[in-house]
Every structure is written in C-alpha cells, then in structure tokens.
Design a protein around this ligand. Structure first.
Ligand code: OAD
Length: 244
C-alpha cells in the first residue's frame, strides 16, 4: 500500500500521536465486533440490549452469563498484527497515547504500554453495590455470584450504555486528543459517545485525522486520510513504510 509522503514524513518526526481503537482491531483476532449480529445461543439478543444497567436489573443472570461467555471467548484469542503494529508505533513515537474502547485487553497483551481503557476490562469483576473488585467467585447455575464483602451482585468491570466513563481515563484521553498533531481512528464505527468526540476534539485543534476502517463511517468525511481495509494489514504496512 502507498502512504502519502506527508504522512510518512510527519510520523518520522515523532509528533504527538493519539490512536483510538474500537472492536474492529480485534476482529482479526477472532472477536466479533460490537455491532455484528450475534450467533448461536445469543442470536435472539442485540449486544446493546445486554450491555446496560437496565438489562442487569431486569435479568442479572442473563447479563452475567453473556459476559461470562464473552470473557471465555476473549481468553481464547491472541493479539493480531494490528495490535502488534500499534505497540511498535509506541516504541518509535515518544508521545504516543493509545486509547481503546475495547474491553478485551489485547493491546496490553501485545505489549502496548499505558493503554487508556475507556470502557473497562472484561476480565475484571466488581461488586455492583460496593464496587470492590473480586478476583475469584463461585459460579452458580441459577444466580449471579455475590460479593464476599457486602453480598451485592457481582458484575463485569465494563462501562454499560447509559453509564459514565471513568473520569481519569476520559480526561486523559481528551487532553491527549486536544494537543496531538496526528489522530488515528482505527476499527471503530465512531457512533458511541463520548469516545466518538475525541477525533473532533483533535480536529478542532488542527490535528491531522487518519482513519483506518473496513468501511466508511460518520468520521470519514472529516478525516484527512481514510485507509479502507483491515487494520491488521494496514497498520503493519504503515509501520514498515515509516520505520523499517
Ligand atoms: P463497532 O462494532 O460499532 O464497530 C466496529 C468497526 O470496526 C466498524 O466500523 C467496522 O467497519 C470496523 N471493522 C471491522 N473489522 C475491521 C477490521 N478488520 N479492520 C478495521 N476495521 C474493521 O465497535 P466500536 O466502534 O468499538 O461500548 O463500538 C464502540 C462501543 O460501542 C463499544 O466499545 C461498546 C459499544 O457500545 C460499550 O459497551 C459501552
């Protein structure tokens, strides 16, 4: 793939860079994106209808089981070439901030340091009442495991629809986006707020917006460069074009 000389030259100067990733970067690891239709056991539900406090209040066991199933799916996969390319970019760019909406932990597994996880991490579990983290619990076929401190129901440590994002992570992501020279939006449909506003925060301050996605998105018309295709192919090619 040919990358514009201006982009390659700019990356070589090690500017401040932010990369925001979404479910698309993990697609080539074998994880379904958030808006893919579900299959099998879960085909009758939409992800959006399971990832909410209302869903948990209505049927906690259903939501717990869905996350337990997703947790196992995540444990079975490995980072792909896109995750590794982003880890490599962090080694070349001194001020590189990786922000992800993914809860799968694959960026860390690929060696990316200091990942800002905006939506939490699916491998962690906390009490829905007192917030204490639980390292282990006993699964029960009929009910949701309980907190050993207060007896509240355990829940995944992820952000659900309608819940606020963790403030320190959001503030760090906004701050980095406002001062970066280059902003990458990779494998995200860009429809979920407030993550979707980060690209606009960067654009408003004059950053160059680069989008990598299998399909055009609402951001595409704003982006300075749009590379259509798989992030697991495009990102390693970009790294090769700039640094190898
Ligand atoms: P989506 O499922 O909304 O979008 C995935 C994006 O990845 C789409 O735009 C696809 O075109 C693109 N895509 C798929 N495969 C790709 C590949 N191999 N390479 C590059 N792009 C690819 O996922 P997100 O944008 O991450 O939040 O969704 C954002 C948030 O919505 C999620 O974190 C989740 C959900 O609601 C919460 O649960 C709070």
């Amino acid at each position: 793939m040919d990358f514009p000389g201006r982009l390659v030259r700019l990356l070589k100067t090690s500017p401040r860079v932010v990369a925001l990733t979404g479910a698309g970067v993990s697609q080539e690891s074998g994880l379904r994106t958030f808006r893919d239709a579900q299959t099998g056991l879960w085909a009758q539900y939409k992800s959006e209808d399971l990832a909410s406090p209302q869903a948990f209040a209505r049927d906690p066991k259903l939501v717990w089981d869905w996350y337990a199933w997703r947790r196992e799916a995540v444990k079975a996969v490995r980072p792909n070439a896109g995750h590794y390319a982003l880890a490599e970019m962090a080694r070349h760019i001194s001020n590189f901030t990786l922000v992800t909406q993914n809860v799968d932990g694959l960026h860390r597994m690929a060696g990316s340091p200091d990942v800002i996880e905006l939506h939490g991490n699916i491998q962690r579990v906390r009490c829905s009442v007192c917030g204490e983290f639980a390292d282990d619990w006993i699964d029960d076929p009929v009910s949701v495991p309980r907190c050993s401190s207060c007896g509240g129901m355990l829940r995944p440590h992820v952000v659900w629809f309608g819940e606020p994002l963790p403030r320190p992570e959001l503030e760090a992501a906004i701050e980095a986006s406002q001062v970066c020279r280059l902003f990458f939006s990779i494998g995200t449909s860009g429809v979920v707020q407030p993550a979707a506003t980060l690209a606009h925060a960067a654009n408003d301050r004059g950053a160059i917006i680069v989008e990598i996605n299998a399909e055009p998105t609402p951001l595409t018309s704003t982006a300075d460069y749009f590379f259509q295709g798989k992030s697991g192919v495009i990102l390693p090619e970009l790294v090769k074009a700039v640094w190898l």
